[in-house]
Design a protein around this ligand. Sequence first.
Ligand code: ADP
Length: 409
Amino acid sequence: MKILVLNCGSSSIKFQLIETDSELIESDTDRCIAKGGVERIGTDEATLKVTVPPAPSVSTTEEILDHQTALTRAIATLKEHHAVADISQIQAVGHRVLHGGERFTAPVIIDEDVEQGIQQCVELGPLHNPHNLRGYYVARKVMPQVPQVAVFDTAFHQTMPPHAYIYGLPYSYYRRYHIRRYGFHGTSHRYVAYRYRRIFGKAREEANLITVHLGNGCSMAAIDKGNCIDTSMGLTPQEGLLMGTRCGDIDSAALLYIMSKDELNLHDMSILINKFSGLYGISGESNDMRELEDAAAKGDAQAKLAIDVFCYRVKKYIGSYSAALGHVDGIVFTGGIGENSPPVRAQVCAGLSEMGIQVDPARNAAVVGKESEISTKDSRVRVMVIPTNEELLIARDTFRVVRGLPNPH
Ligand code: ADP
C-alpha cells in the first residue's frame, strides 16, 4: 500500500511517500519511495523540494499561496518524477498530529468525531494542531476517497501513571484545564524502542529502556516492558532537557522574577524561553550542536558551558529514569545530536559504570548516523544508537488502522 505521510505546519508541508504492507513490515523492508516539502507557503517565493531516490533532489521556487495548492503541486511533482503513476495510487494518508490530549491513545481514522476531538486539543497544542488539521482538510479535498489517519505525538505517553503526569499544582487545574504532563516525540520513542527489541529479538516484556531523543527539540522516555512510564516533556514541549532554543526545566519562580524585573508580558516571556534560551541562550552564538562543538574545541568557554549543561541534564534524567524503572536493559540515543555526536554521547555516559553503563570509546567514535551498539562487551546496560524514523512508523500505523489490524509496536 502506498501511503502519503504528511506533517503540516503554518507555512510548510513535509511529506513522504512510503510503500508498506504486512509482509514488508514483517521483513522490515518497507521503504520511502519519495520525500520532500514545501516551505514559505503563502508567498510568491515558496520552495518545493522533492527527492525520489536514487535520483538527486529537485527544487523549484514559485508562487504557492495556500496549503491546498502546495499539496496539489507536491503530488503533481511526485507524478512527474514517476513516484506514482497517478494520484489514485495513494491509498491512505497518515497525518502527524502534535496533541491528542487524554483522548487519543492510539492512531485513528479521522472522521467527524475524531476531527472534533483534535479540534478540542487545539488549546493544548495551539502552535501545531490547527495546522495539522489544515493538512487533513486539504488532503480530504485533494483525495476525497482516501482514508486519512491521525498519528499523535502524545499517544505513546498515555500509559504514564498519574504519579508521573500530575503536577504539584492545585488539582483543580487538572480537572478544569487538563494541565498535566503529556509528553511529545512519542512516535520517535516508540520507533526506536521497537527497533531495539527487533535487533535483539526481545519481546516487549523483556526490555526496559531509556530512550534519548536529542534534536532541536530534546526529550527522554522511560519505557517499562514496552509501556512509557515517564517522559521529560510536559504539558508543552518546553519542559525537561536543555534544547536548541528552549530552556527546559527551570524554577518557575525564576520566570516570574524576570518578568517583574524586566517588565515582560506573557508573549515576551514565551519568546524568551522558546526562542532565545537553551544552547543558543547559554552560548550566545548558536543552537547548532556542530557549531558549538567546533567553538568549544577552539576554546570558547560559553559554547563549552552550553554543552556541559546539555549533557549533564541528560545524565541526570538517566539517573532518575533508572530509579523509576528499577532495572534498565538498554539506553537508546536518537535524533540529530543523539545519532551524530559521539562527544555528546560520551559525555552523557561518562562516570556511569557503577550503574552498569559503559560506553566503548572506539565503538562510539565510529558510529555516526547509523544503527549500532556503542557499549563495551561487559556493559550490563546496552547503549545503542538507532536513527529514528517517525514517518515509517506513521505509515505503518496508517496501514494497520486502515486494514483494521492490531498495532503491536
Ligand atoms: P529536529 O529536532 O529539528 O528534527 P534534528 O533531529 O535534525 O532536528 O537535530 C538537529 C541537531 O542535530 C542540531 O543541533 C545539529 O547541530 C545536530 N547535529 C546534526 N549532525 C550533527 C553532528 N554530526 N554532530 C553534532 N551534532 C549534529
